[in-house]
Design a protein around this ligand. Structure first.
Ligand SMILES: *Cc1c(COP(=O)(O)O)cnc(C)c1O
Length: 425
């Protein structure tokens, strides 16, 4: 599928039925798989043969969809997870252990921040956060001898900062560790981080990839470019024998293209579960089949709404990297030439009460803890996800009380703007 354009891959990559086989991906709704001899099954357990034995580790439906996402991102292997949270945890924990250190952009999704700053810290994995706008010197200074990964989001949720992927990749590689990029907001239709030097790409497929608010899920894609063996001292989990798998050394047996995902499947899925259900993988694939058609419309609506808001007297500030006035416009031109996503953040004059009153008046846009849906939705962090914080604390965190995050859906942009206009009035 590598020779085809992304639009074709969205529709057809990952699954090619044989003669007389189902045209659509079959949902293999089975926890287990049958074998004729124990010997056959033993080979699977020893990773001597490829195949399925238990859906906690692998399922054919999931693998078809993962193969499509790998093709879209330009990677060599991928796995689906039960959520975006599981994808980011697995991507990091596959190469980090107690005593390891991570360098992460400070501008990331709140759930991921909590995962690494609080929960993974309890596992003895510490993180240094750097501003996505830091200089190369500041970035390099964040590394330690025990640093094992660098992490950032292409377009951060909800701050909408744009990551300078090449800058972060260069620093990661200089220190012999991979760059992991969460590419949830642009999707591979608008940016493919591997082409800019990222080594591992993660997704919350719950967002645009599914795109219909139907199924929670995640995905990890390996670029197959990071040479684990060249930094074997840093990655013993990949470069020394795994006694829980009969002494297999993943980087030797599965090579540069397969080691990362094989280890994540064989160890992390085995031990933690967190597999996506085949039914959800099927729904995700329906979303992927139209991803290349939907993303341009999300961008068109986001751009139109951002331009309208920017001119409105009741609006203090708009963040959208497609606006010439945006701090990230230049980076977006480089990494997101076809636009980023449909999410726009803006600050209404009058703070919390004004934001609340505005949202109450919206007719099309629903109030939801969600983004990247076909239906427009919005959220005021000060009265929902961040309601425990005072106005002063919100201001310090860069989330003013009047901030509204609006995820523009696939409706007609004139209807969306008319809705926003009457609510602001
Ligand atoms: C939503 C989101 C996540 C978490 O994904 P879930 O599927 O909700 O677990 C991670 N990263 C980003 C950028 C997100 O927007």
């Amino acid at each position: 599928m590598t020779e085809y354009k992304i639009n074709t891959k969205c529709v057809q990559a990952g699954y090619t039925p044989g003669n007389g086989e189902p045209r659509q991906i079959p949902i293999i709704q089975s926890t287990t798989f049958k074998y004729n001899t124990s010997e056959d099954m033993g080979k699977l357990f020893d990773l001597e043969a490829a195949g399925y034995f238990y859906t906690r580790l692998q399922n054919p439906t999931n693998d078809y969809v993962a193969a499509k996402i790998a093709a879209l991102e330009g990677g060599t292997a991928a796995m689906l997870t039960s959520s975006g949270q599981a994808a980011n945890f697995f991507a990091l924990f596959n190469i980090c252990e107690c005593g390891s250190h991570i360098v992460a952009s400070s501008s990331i999704y709140g759930g991921t921040f909590n995962l690494i700053a609080v929960t993974m810290a309890k596992m003895g994995i510490k993180t240094t956060f750097v501003s996505p706008d830091c200089t190369e010197e500041e970035l390099n200074a964040a590394f330690q001898d025990n640093t094992r990964a660098v992490f950032g989001e292409t377009i951060a949720n909800p701050a909408l900062t744009v990551l300078d992927i090449e800058k972060f990749a260069k620093a990661a590689h200089k220190h012999g560790v991979p760059l992991i990029v969460d590419n949830t907001f642009p999707t591979p239709v608008n940016c493919r981080p591997i082409e800019w030097g990222a080594d591992i790409v993660t997704h919350s497929t719950t967002k645009y990839m599914d795109g219909h608010g139907a199924a929670v899920g995640g995905c990890i894609v390996d670029s197959g470019k990071f040479d684990w063996m060249a930094h074997a001292d840093k990655f013993p989990g990949l470069c020394t024998p795994d006694e829980s798998y009969h002494g297999i050394t993943y980087a030797e047996k599965f090579g540069i293209a397969g080691a990362f995902i094989t280890k994540a499947t064989a160890q992390l899925m085995r031990d933690f579960g967190s597999i996506q259900s085949p039914q959800n993988a099927f729904l995700l694939n329906l979303g992927l089949e139209s991803l290349h058609v939907r993303m341009p419309r999300h961008v068109e609506n986001g751009q139109a709404v951002a331009e309208f808001l920017e001119k409105h007297p009741k609006v203090e500030k708009v963040s959208y990297s497609g606006l010439k006035s945006d701090k990230y416009y230049a980076l977006a031109q480089k990494y997101l030439p076809n636009g980023g996503c449909g999410v726009v953040s803006f600050v209404i004059k009058g703070g919390r009460p004004a934001a609340e009153a505005f949202m109450k008046k919206l007719r099309l846009a629903a109030i939801e803890t969600h983004v990247a849906d076909a239906r427009t939705c919005c959220l005021n962090p000060a009265t929902s996800t961040h309601r425990q914080m005072t106005d002063e604390q919100l201001e310090a965190a860069g989330i003013p009380a009047g901030l509204v995050r609006m995820s523009c859906g696939l409706e007609d942009k004139e209807d969306l703007i008319a809705d926003i206009k009457q609510a602001l009035d």
